[in-house]
Design a protein around this ligand. Structure first.
Ligand SMILES: Cc1cc2nc3c(=O)[nH]c(=O)nc-3n(C[C@H](O)[C@H](O)[C@H](O)COP(=O)(O)OP(=O)(O)OC[C@H]3O[C@@H](n4cnc5c(N)ncnc54)[C@H](O)[C@@H]3O)c2cc1C
Length: 467
């Protein structure tokens, strides 16, 4: 029998468990050291719970919007909008049950593949030795996939009652009367929209000119308009200096001295990597800015035999990227054929309502002169299916190379944009041209019809259309 490679993975989120599954399938002896539960923060506290909550809020919003399609509700409890009532304890129970079930699925999958899971905190003793609780594990390869934790503003620490991080939201018994969301990045925008649709009054405190400053500007503008229309108070250029509890709520003081008062405050001010106190630097693993593990495109760290994947590397904080980094680490470590990580083809989605999905290059890159591209933007309001379904907010934006027409990327702002973006991902990944996309059949009537229509518009020799 040949030599069996021993792989120890610290952290059982997508970066860790996806690596474990691939490694086990390739015949390695695999141990995952995870302190909370299989699936990691992604499954237990972050991605899965938030998307489950958002499923409820989107359904509620659809009911609120149903009047425009001729459906009316009556006879609701006092104070309920249009007779639609949200039972928050039930919603939260569903969120927690679903997260636990998802974690159990991951655990079962790992067990079926013969992966050992140790519930403990892990730390590197040296590049080939991991301490997990009272056990010491020898390894040929170590993968660090410890994820990240919500950043805390000093002096405004969450107390789990009134000042909350997103991991504490699911313990609330009642819907916050007035939720102030500090931080208007993707996480802040998703939760602000969700709680507004569920029925809370919401104030979104954004330190920048607009919400989601790192995303497509047109998309952020559409969302801000929708949020304001739904009654959200979006405060731009308002950096929070402190959040304090009052007798029956919270007061957020802004750097310019203004204040905002609410009953609860949700802090979404970024993430810090879980990389301190676990022996990384002592073992020769270099940490970069903000304490993130430095990795190359095949997930190697500066210490031989030690790889890192996922949020602890800060490369692109998405579950799909974490998983791919983990798999790449395994393929590289085991000498399999491996393609370096290509961020240009990563599809991402913001689970607001409407959703915002994107792939490939961005309009900001074009405007900065980094890439030359033709652009077309088709408002959803011109799409027949959107009109039938009563959707007016959103658009399809497509970028292509000026001469060859090769699709370079796109943005979709629409209900279920996360599903629609696949057509564009495929085009970017396979280097399809707008001609090829335009000659593809789309169902009539369908939102995806706007994708093929956008491609048709780009078949003409233009420099810029419809911006
Ligand atoms: C609110 C929210 C919503 C999100 N929604 C999405 C989404 O819709 N789609 C998407 O793609 N991404 C989403 N993300 C991002 C996604 O959750 C992360 O990119 C993903 O979880 C990263 O996976 P990971 O394996 O690196 O880390 P994690 O999922 O954080 O897992 C790391 C695990 O390691 C454990 N750990 C840490 N240190 C140790 C130690 N020393 N010993 C043992 N175990 C340890 C941690 O407890 C944790 O369980 C969201 C993030 C947030 C905050």
């Amino acid at each position: 029998m040949g030599y069996v490679t021993r792989i120890v993975i610290i952290g059982g989120g997508p970066g860790g468990y996806e690596a474990a599954l691939v490694a086990a399938q390739l015949g390695a002896e695999v141990t995952v050291v995870e302190r909370d539960g299989p699936g990691g923060s992604c499954v237990l506290t972050d991605c899965v719970p938030s998307k489950t909550l958002i499923a409820t809020s989107v359904r509620k919003q659809a009911l609120l919007d149903a009047a425009s399609l001729g459906v009316n509700f009556s006879g609701g409890a006092d104070g309920d909008v249009g007779g639609v009532r949200v039972d928050l304890p039930l919603v939260n129970q569903r969120v927690k049950d679903l997260a636990r079930a998802q974690s159990a699925d991951v655990a079962a999958r790992l067990e079926a593949e013969g992966v050992e899971v140790i519930k403990a905190s892990g730390r590197l003793v040296d590049p080939q030795l991991v301490r997990a609780g009272d056990r010491t594990l020898r390894a040929d390869v170590v993968i660090v996939a410890t994820g990240a934790t919500p950043r805390v503003l000093p002096g405004s620490e969450p107390d789990g009652e009134r000042i909350l991080d997103w991991r504490q939201l699911y313990d609330l018994d009642t819907l916050p009367e007035h939720l102030i969301v500090v931080g208007s990045g993707v996480t802040g925008a998703e939760f602000a929209g969700a709680y507004r649709s569920l029925g809370s009054e919401v104030t979104l405190v954004s330190s920048r000119d607009r919400m989601m400053p790192n995303e497509d500007a047109d998309a952020a503008e559409v969302l801000e308009e929708v949020y304001r229309r739904r009654g959200m108070n979006v405060m731009g250029r308002s950096r929070a200096a402190s959040v304090k509890r009052t007798n029956d709520g919270v007061v957020v003081t802004l750097e310019d001295g203004r204040t905002a008062e609410g009953t609860h405050c949700l802090m979404t001010v970024g993430m810090v990597p879980n990389t301190s106190g676990i022996g990384l630097e002592e073992a020769g693993v270099r940490l970069g800015k903000g304490g993130f593990v430095e990795v190359d495109k095949v997930s190697r760290t500066s210490a031989p035999g030690v790889y890192a994947a996922g949020d602890c590397t800060g490369v692109l904080m998405l579950a799909s990227v974490a998983a791919m980094q983990g798999r790449i680490a395994v393929w590289h470590a085991l000498g399999e054929a491996v393609h370096p990580l290509r961020l240009a083809t990563v599809a991402s989605n913001i689970f607001t309502d409407p959703e915002i999905a994107a792939v490939g290059i961005s309009q900001a890159q074009i405007e900065r002169g980094e890439i030359e591209a033709n652009v077309v933007k088709l408002p959803l309001a011109t799409n027949a299916r959107a009109k039938m379904q009563g959707f007016t907010d959103g658009f399809i934006k497509l970028f292509c190379r000026p001469n060859t027409g090769i699709v370079l990327g796109g943005v979709v702002v629409a209900p279920r944009a996360s599903e629609l973006i696949l057509a564009l991902s495929l085009a970017v990944q396979q280097r399809l041209t707008v001609d090829q996309l335009a000659h593809t059949f789309a169902v009539y009537p369908s939102l995806s019809g706007s994708i093929t229509e956008a491609a048709r518009r780009l078949m003409q020799p233009v420099t810029s259309v419809g911006i």
